[in-house]
Design a protein. Structure first.
Length: 235
């Protein structure tokens, strides 16, 4: 399991997978400290037919289900097959998912360089998963030289894309001045956004940040958070 902000905040984060569209086939992402979403029945037969017909989004969704064992037995080689089919059509989310398999050595030989390459391509195309995973590599100095400014850049993009764990991590970074200048109004803004998206670790962290701010600053951060809209998802 990989982790963002180190030290006393503990190891809470897992990998980020594909985005909102996957919920339609029972493959919605689950993250620590958030209640899991209800899992619909997966119509794998219909999904596979769409994948075999060449639909990139269906190929990526099928690969995710196979990689996670959602609605079927876990089958990493088949997950790799379908991710690669979607990657061949340029799918950003498939690149992020395939990168995670290369990083873990599941269904393919472990290859961090290939994982990083896929994350970067996915991130450049706007994939939240790619951006988040790339941030972790920069933060931890894995494949890349440790670069907290670069990590914060990619965390911010993932946060702007709507990922609550990235929003929480970014809030901590602004509170602590990791890769960004200390800005506790900005920290509270991102923690409030994360909290609204169900990231429960943000509740206590937001209270701590509030203790360092004036009422006017708290109000300003909360008003911004209420108005926050994530950017549209990539595919």
């Amino acid at each position: 399991m990989r982790r963002g902000i180190p030290s006393e905040f503990g190891a809470r984060l897992g990998w980020l997978w594909l985005t909102v569209a996957l919920a339609m086939v029972g493959c919605s992402p689950e993250t620590p400290s958030q209640p899991p979403a209800p899992t619909p029945v997966v119509d794998l037969i219909a999904l596979q037919k769409r994948a075999e017909a060449g639909e990139a989004s269906a190929q990526a969704q099928l690969a995710k289900c196979l990689a996670e064992g959602r609605g079927t037995a876990t089958d990493y080689p088949q997950a790799v097959k379908w991710y690669k089919a979607a990657v061949a059509q340029g799918s950003a989310e498939a690149k992020a998912g395939l990168g995670e398999l290369y990083e873990a050595g599941q269904g393919v030989p472990k290859d961090l360089a290939e994982a990083a390459r896929l994350y970067r391509e996915a991130a450049d195309q706007g994939s939240v998963a790619g951006q988040y995973n790339l941030a972790i590599l920069y933060e931890q100095g894995r494949h890349f030289r440790t670069d907290q400014a670069a990590a914060s850049k990619w965390y911010r993009l993932a946060a702007e894309g709507g990922d609550p764990i990235a929003q929480y991590d970014l809030g901590q970074r602004y509170d602590l001045g990791i890769g960004v200048p200390v800005d506790r109004v900005e920290a509270l803004f991102w923690l409030e956004v994360a909290k609204a998206n169900g990231q429960t670790d943000s509740i206590a962290r937001a209270k701590l940040v509030e203790s360092k701010l004036s009422r006017a600053e708290i109000s300003a951060a909360r008003e911004r958070a209420k108005a926050f809209k994530p950017r549209p998802a990539s595919h």
